[in-house]
Write a protein that binds this ligand. Structure first.
Ligand code: PHE
Length: 455
C-alpha cells in the first residue's frame, strides 16, 4: 500500500487538529452568522443544530470510514471499493466541488487579509460607527484590482502549504493556532454578550420562530451543516485516508464535529449581540461579519491588539480550510494521474485563481458580476449556493447510498473499528446512514430542484 509515501497524521491529536482545521473556517465565522441572519435567526439555528447531529455526524463517520479503508483520494477510493462501477464519478464531482468552493472561498479569505492589514495599521482605532464600517467594507470590495490581488495572495499561500505535503505543511500550521483561535473567540463572545442590548442578540439566536421555517430555510440549514463540517465532497474521505491505524476513529470524528459546531455558535454569540447593540440589520448578507466586528473592538480593553489577533486567526482558520479544499484536488492528481505534488498544487491552484476572478468582482468590483446578468443576485452568492449547498447535498445523499447500500454498513463499521475500539452507537449510525440521512436530504434537495426555488 502506498501509505508511506502519501504521509500520515502523527497521531489522533494531529488528525483532530487538522480535520478541525478543515472544518473550522469562514464557514463558521463568516457563513454561519450571515446565513442565520438571512434566514430569520433562531429557527435556522435550531434546524442547523438538528442537521449537524442527525446528518452531519453520521456523514463525518461515513466519509472517514471510506478514507481509512482505502487510504486514497475520493476517486480512487470509490474505484477500489466498487471496481468497474460508476461510483468514481461521485469522487470526481467531489473534486470539482472542492475546486468550485475554493473559487469563491478564496475571495472572502482575501478580505480577511485586508482586515488584518487594517488592524495592524490602526484602521480600527477609535469609535467606528456602523456607517463608517460599512463604508470601509464597500471601498475594499468594490476595488476590482484590490479584491483580485487579495484573493491571489491567499491562493498562493494555500498552494505553498499544500505543496509541502501532509504532516509538514498542514498539521504544523494547525496545531498551535486552533486552540488560540478558540481563546480569542471566547473573549470576544463574553464582551459582545455583555454589551448594552447584547442579550437581544442571544435571544435572536436561540429563540426559534417556527413560522419562519420553509424549504428554503431547511436547504440553507442543511447546506450550512454540510459546508461547515466539510462534508459531501470527499474532504473527510481524504483526511480519513491519512488516519493512523491504531487510533479510535469514531471518537476523533465526533470530537471534530462538536468542536466545529461549538465554534459556529461562539461566532453567533459574537456577531448577533454586537449587531443588536449597535443597530445593524441581521440580514446584511455576505458582508455582515466584516461590517459588524470593527464596531466592537473599540469597546474592548486592548481592542487594537484583539483586532490584530482576531483577523490573524481568522485568516489562518480560512487557510486551514482552503488547504483542505485544494488538497482534495491535489491528492487526486497525485494518486490517480501520478503528477508531482508541486506541479499539481500550482496547476490546480492557478486554475482556481482564474475561475475565482468573477467572484472577486461580485461585491461591487464589476456591475455585471455584482448583479449577475440582471438576476438580482451576485455571482459569488450563486457560486456559494451552487457548490456550497446543492452540490454538497447531492454528494451527501449519494455517499449515504454508497456506504449504506452499496459498500454496506458492516464493512464501513469494520473500517471505523479497525483499531479495535468498539463504536458504541453503531446500530443507530447504520440506520441513520441507510435511511434517515438520505431520505431527509433527498426531500429537501428534491423540493428545491422540482419547485425551481434555487436562490
Ligand atoms: N468547512 C470549511 C469551513 O467551514 C469549508 C469547507 C467546505 C472546507 C468543504 C472543505 C470542504 O470554513
Amino acid at each position: 500500500m502506498a501509505t508511506s509515501n502519501r504521509g500520515q497524521w502523527s497521531g489522533k491529536l494531529g488528525f483532530i487538529l487538522a480535520a478541525s482545521g478543515s472544518a473550522i473556517g469562514l464557514g463558521n465565522i463568516w457563513r454561519f452568522p450571515y446565513t442565520a441572519g438571512e434566514n430569520g435567526g433562531g429557527a435556522f439555528v435550531l434546524l442547523y443544530l438538528t442537521f449537524v447531529v442527525v446528518i452531519g455526524i453520521p456523514l463525518v463517520l461515513a466519509e472517514l470510514s471510506v478514507g481509512r479503508k482505502t487510504q486514497l483520494n475520493p476517486v480512487g477510493a470509490f474505484e477500489k471499493l466498487s471496481p468497474g462501477s460508476k461510483w468514481p464519478w461521485l469522487g470526481k464531482l467531489g473534486i470539482l466541488t472542492g475546486f468550485g468552493i475554493l473559487a469563491f472561498y478564496s475571495v472572502i479569505a482575501g478580505w480577511t487579509l485586508w482586515y488584518l492589514f487594517e488592524a495592524i495599521t490602526g484602521g480600527f482605532s477609535g469609535e467606528i460607527t456602523p456607517e463608517v464600517s460599512a463604508q470601509m467594507f464597500t471601498s475594499m470590495t468594490s476595488d476590482p484590482w484590490l479584491a483580485i490581488f487579495l484573493m491571489g495572495v491567499f491562493m498562493i499561500l494555500t498552494i505553498v502549504i499544500v505543496q509541502g505535503g501532509i504532516s509538514a505543511g498542514i498539521e504544523r500550521t494547525t496545531k498551535i493556532l486552533m486552540p488560540l483561535l478558540l481563546v480569542i473567540l471566547v473573549v470576544l463572545a463574553v464582551r459582545s454578550v455583555t454589551l448594552p442590548g447584547g442579550m437581544e442578540g442571544v435571544a435572536y439566536l436561540f429563540t426559534p420562530d417556527f413560522s419562519k421555517i420553509d424549504f428554503g430555510v431547511m436547504m440553507s440549514a442543511l447546506g450550512q451543516a454540510l459546508f461547515s463540517l466539510s462534508l459531501g465532497m470527499g474532504a473527510m474521505i481524504t483526511y480519513g485516508s491519512y488516519f493512523p491505524k491504531d487510533e479510535n476513529l469514531p471518537q476523533a470524528g465526533i470530537i471534530v464535529a462538536f468542536f466545529d459546531t461549538g465554534i459556529a455558535v461562539l461566532a453567533g454569540l459574537i456577531i448577533f449581540p454586537a449587531l443588536f447593540s449597535v443597530g445593524i440589520e441581521p440580514d446584511g448578507g455576505p458582508g455582515l461579519v466584516f461590517v459588524v466586528l470593527p464596531t466592537i473592538f473599540n469597546n474592548l480593553p486592548a481592542g487594537g491588539f484583539f483586532a490584530i489577533a482576531f483577523y490573524a486567526l481568522l485568516a489562518i482558520a480560512a487557510l486551514t480550510s482552503t488547504i483542505s479544499l485544494l488538497e482534495v484536488v491535489v491528492a487526486y492528481f497525485v494518486d490517480e494521474k501520478k503528477w508531482e505534488r508541486k506541479k499539481a498544487s500550482w496547476v490546480a491552484g492557478g486554475a482556481c485563481f482564474v475561475v475565482a476572478v468573477p467572484s472577486a468582482l461580485a461585491a461591487g468590483g464589476s456591475a455585471f458580476f455584482t448583479d449577475f446578468m440582471g438576476f438580482g443576485i451576485d455571482f459569488l452568492s450563486i457560486q456559494n449556493n451552487l457548490w456550497g449547498n446543492y452540490s454538497l447535498s447531492f454528494g451527501a445523499v449519494m455517499l449515504c447510498i454508497f456506504v449504506g447500500w452499496n459498500w454496506g454498513i458492516p464493512k464501513a463499521l469494520e473500517s471505523l473499528e479497525a483499531s479495535g475500539h468498539k463504536f458504541a452507537a453503531a446500530g443507530v449510525w447504520g440506520i441513520l446512514v441507510r435511511y434517515v440521512c438520505p431520505a431527509a436530504i433527498a426531500i429537501v434537495l428534491g423540493y428545491i430542484v422540482f419547485t425551481g426555488t434555487y436562490f
